[in-house]
Design a binder for this molecule. Structure first.
Ligand code: SAM
Length: 240
């Protein structure tokens, strides 16, 4: 039987399972998205999201900032379709421009869509770790150049931890987390799809927190911070 291949970051063979499955797989997923949305002031007006997936963070950002317009990018037509229907259902679609594009291509100025600059905030969750380190740097440079003075960038992503012991503890905690959701890790893994490299994204290409913070500084972020962390998952970013 032919197996379905998916894009890196889509995670599950059946995209409709993403919102349930990601909550079973990623500890404190909702808390993490609430935390990243809380990093932007309520009065922000221009927001950019990279790798919006099914729109879970998009919805939180739009609720957090009632006067904001959000430009949300993702290369997967399947994920964008789900995001769009959720935004319509929440009657928030008039405040969003969904763009189907590769954020690596955006960083390298290879896409045709005109994306306005001067964003007050740029956000991403569980997506940028699919780029290699050189492309992460290119993307951070591009984000920096598209933020207004005082603007901020926050990324929630898996990271390489500082020791094997921490990593072992994290893997055990992840298993426990999945069990508290009424599933075994094997149950959830059986629904994960087989992804092939797509555009600038490939299998997980994690970096340490220190590497990410150095890249942000090299890109020209004036100050950097880590507002949230749970073992191998962190929100990091900074201000320009
Ligand atoms: C694990 S999902 C996370 C979605 C959403 N941010 C969330 O936290 O629920 C990662 C998303 O990033 C998208 N993605 C991965 N690499 C991308 C790239 N190079 N350009 C655009 N989208 C990408 C995938 O299509 C997927 O929708």
């Amino acid at each position: 039987m032919e197996s379905t291949t998916i894009y890196p970051g889509e995670v599950f063979t059946d995209t409709k399972f993403f919102d349930t499955g990601i909550r079973q797989l990623v500890p404190y997923y909702d808390q993490m998205l609430e935390a990243i949305a809380a990093c932007i002031p309520h009065d922000a007006r221009r927001l950019l999201e990279l790798g919006c997936g099914t729109g879970e963070l998009s919805l939180k950002l739009l609720k957090r900032c009632p006067d904001a317009h959000l430009v949300a990018m993702d290369y997967s037509p399947r994920m964008i379709k789900i995001a769009q229907s959720k935004l319509i259902e929440a009657q928030l679609n008039n405040r969003v421009t969904l763009i189907q594009a590769d954020f690596g291509a955006w960083a390298n100025e290879e896409i045709n869509e005109q994306i306005k600059t001067d964003f007050d905030g740029c956000f991403s969750s569980l997506a940028i770790h699919h780029l290699d380190n050189q492309m992460k740097q290119n993307l951070f440079n591009c984000i920096r150049n598209n933020l207004s003075n005082g603007g901020c960038f926050w990324n929630a992503d898996p990271i390489i931890q500082e020791s094997e012991q921490l990593q072992e503890s994290y893997l055990k905690l992840r298993e426990k987390w999945t069990q508290t959701q009424g599933k075994t890790i094997a149950d959830v893994r059986s629904l994960i799809g087989n992804s092939q490299p797509q555009g600038y994204s490939g299998q997980d290409r994690l970096a340490t927190l220190d590497t990410h913070l150095s890249m942000l500084k090299l890109a020209g972020f004036k100050s950097v911070a880590v507002p949230w962390r749970f073992f191998g998952l962190a929100i990091f970013g900074g201000w320009v």
